[in-house]
Write a protein that binds this ligand. Sequence first.
Ligand code: CA
Length: 245
Amino acid sequence: MSNNKFKVLIVEDEANICSFIETLLTTNDYQALVAHTCTMGLTLFASHNPDLVILDLGLPDRDGLELIRTVRQKYMTPIIVLSARTDEMDKIEALDLGANDYITKPFGTGELLARVRAALRLNRYGAPLGGAAPNGEFCAQGLRINYDRRKVFVEGEEVKLTQTEYNIVAFLSQHAGRVMTYAAIVKAIWGDTDIGSTKKLQVNMANIRKKLGSRPGSNSYILNELGVGYRMLDEDSGPRSEGLE
Ligand code: CA
């Protein structure tokens, strides 16, 4: 039933990337709409009310950031930004404007699909993820957080965290699968926007990562998105892949 499919608007001027994403989405049972300019993207957004936007920032007519700004005036539709590897400032600006996530070019199919599902709050089988867990727990990749008791377990073993460390882990888990900028985490934990707090965050995070350890033969539970922020792996995160597959 085509009207049950999630509608994804792709705003990207590079034809090969565009058709790569379009093919990937349609073969995975999404409906794809394509715009090659910012203006066309806004027009299609208004006429089709998509469930998700995948947005390139470098567009021929206007900056993709303008699309985020315009959409966010009225809509909470998830937006994933496509960005070149080195543009940390662009990523941060996009996230601060209200983009939900970014993905760095070049990217693999698995990575893109995982981000799409995370943005739509779907699990790997396409079923909706529960919001707040009914039993007050977060569980992913061997990491378990009991929110009621404020306790964290790795592979069943309790990990002793300080209050601040716990608050950071709990906050990231509530946004699992998505990158949180340093500024967003600092604001949530310390309630300020002081740039000096980023240092506090980094110190706490180093301790957290040490205490949580890594899954054997795999990456740690919290990924450091260099220059941007941190991302907690969700139940759906596979190993990170590099390059177009
Ligand atoms: Ca471009």
